[in-house]
Design a protein. Structure first.
Length: 479
């Protein structure tokens, strides 16, 4: 397999993968976006298609009161006995849970919450008709502050009850923080834990340990970390490498998927993306991209996308938290949004339709008619965004940084066609064909500056006490 990385571009963090026959299914974290837990499919590990979102009904998840980087953390997807399982943590409400489906493109079950399963980042392992839960929690009952232990327990998938828990591993490195995202794999006679250390930023790394028993004792891999870029410095083109999931292709070839962030002008606007690496084995230990020792990103897949459908039938379209369906109407390519609360109001859901930014260069345009504020928005989180808005008889570009709004330009309304263009981290704003502002840096929308765990999204929005905004001729092009 010729590697092309990333295999999923733009806001595709915490990947987990399962192979069923010739088909591969991959899931990512989605945090407070709805629908949640996107599922991708491939047969060649190169071409991936979004085929479903596992959480599509309000009854499956409550995100009330949570900022953008709350919600769904670090899902794991597995298959056993003809059924697909996703285990995940809703850190906003409910904690750890399992959902299941016979067909990953069909509706997934209501969540089975796991009250006995403390901590975050759970995974499942199946063997000989038994299921095992693997997760992390504070060591010796301590707070979940990065000083974590990895633990295992047998689990009853019908009731969600856990058997006796056993802490099996802490960390490979002295004074390590945030051992998280553990997965158990059996290769030959050994059980392996593949997990992350160092937090999900620059010091992120993938570690492993092995044992002849699932409950330990585990021995450390002496060449840990098996994959990291932290030693390459903060300005290396790809950073934050970690959170790996091991799998085999059915032909004896082993791979690992993981997250990493690409830098553009020193900023990671696209968020954490999904990458793949080859794994080889020597003396019972894994080596990732042997002879290279880092991710191979020499071949970047071309992403050319033209999107004109922002209806909810489009699997790419996202909303925030628990959206109010009555605020959205779709007919013959026209979108009507009933104005809602500001993005900073965490008690409700803004009236907002968006897609993930998967490339640095893009064009986004729409025709807007509204009695209150409405327009285009580039959104990182509740406190970092920029919007091109029609507000009464004026058009404004408003930048929000650290929660503070600044009007960058204001012009009299002369047309209703808004256009936003990004080239190489520089934003330009148009009304019809007239340029009203250019050379605005988009780097403030990066995770490095804005914090949190999400990538940037782009779309349309409406504010204002129930007044309806009409959007037509919507066009989003990534290249």
């Amino acid at each position: 397999m010729g590697v092309q990385n990333p295999i999923i571009s733009g806001f595709a963090p915490d990947p987990s993968i399962v192979r069923v026959g010739e088909d591969y299914y991959l899931v990512n974290s989605s945090f407070s976006y709805f629908p949640s837990l996107p599922i991708y499919h491939s047969r060649d590990l190169k071409s991936w298609a979004l085929i479903a979102n596992a959480i599509t009904r309000p009854s499956q998840a409550n995100y009330a009161g949570g900022h953008t980087s709350r919600g769904q953390f670090a899902p794991t997807i597995r298959h056993d006995g003809g059924k697909f399982y996703i285990i995940c943590t809703n850190v906003s409400h409910g904690g750890n849970f399992i959902i299941s489906a016979d067909d990953p493109t069909a509706e997934w079950s209501e969540p089975l919450y796991l009250p006995d399963a403390d901590g975050i980042d759970p995974s499942l392992y199946f063997e000989n008709g038994r299921a095992y839960y693997c997760g992390t929690h504070g060591r010796d009952g301590g707070e979940l502050n990065g000083d974590n232990a990895i633990y295992v327990a047998e689990i009853d998938l019908k009731t969600g009850q856990l058997g006796k828990k056993k802490d099996i591993w802490w960390a490979a490195m002295r004074d390590a923080v945030w051992p998280e995202g553990p997965h158990i794999n059996k290769v030959g006679d050994y059980y392996y834990i593949f997990y992350a250390e160092g937090g999900t930023g620059l010091n992120h790394a993938i570690m492993t340990a092995r044992s002849r028993s699932i409950f330990g004792p585990y021995e450390n891999c002496l060449h840990n970390p098996i994959l990291t870029h932290r030693h390459l410095g903060p300005n290396f083109p790809v950073v934050n490498v970690g959170h790996g999931d091991l799998f085999e292709d059915g032909q004896g070839n082993w791979y690992l998927i993981c997250l990493a962030s690409r830098l553009f002008d020193g900023a990671d606007n696209l968020g954490r993306e999904t990458f793949i690496a080859k794994v080889t084995w020597h003396d019972g230990w894994p080596f990732v991209n042997e002879g290279l020792g880092q991710l191979d990103f020499a071949n970047v897949p071309q992403v050319n996308t033209l999107m004109t459908d922002f209806s909810l039938a489009n699997l790419e379209v996202l909303r925030l938290r628990n959206p109010i369906d009555a605020d959205y109407a779709f007919e013959n390519g026209v979108v009507r949004l009933r104005g809602g609360a500001d993005f900073a109001d965490l008690t409700t859901s803004p009236t907002f339709l968006a897609v993930r930014q998967r490339t640095i260069d893009y064009d986004l345009s729409v025709r807007v008619q509204s009695q209150s504020e409405a327009g285009l928005v580039v959104f990182q989180n509740d406190n970092f965004l920029i919007r091109l808005a029609i507000i009464g008889k004026k058009i404004k570009v408003v930048q929000r940084e650290n929660g503070v709004d600044t009007v960058l330009v204001q012009v009299a309304k002369s047309a209703d066609l808004l256009k936003l263009v990004c080239r190489g981290q520089k934003l330009a704003f148009y009304v019809a064909d007239e340029l009203i502002l250019s050379d605005v840096s988009a780097t403030f929308l990066s995770t490095r500056q804005a914090g949190g765990f999400v990538g940037t999204t782009l779309g349309i929005y409406a504010l204002g006490h129930g007044k309806v905004a009409t959007f037509s001729e919507l066009r989003f092009e990534m290249n």
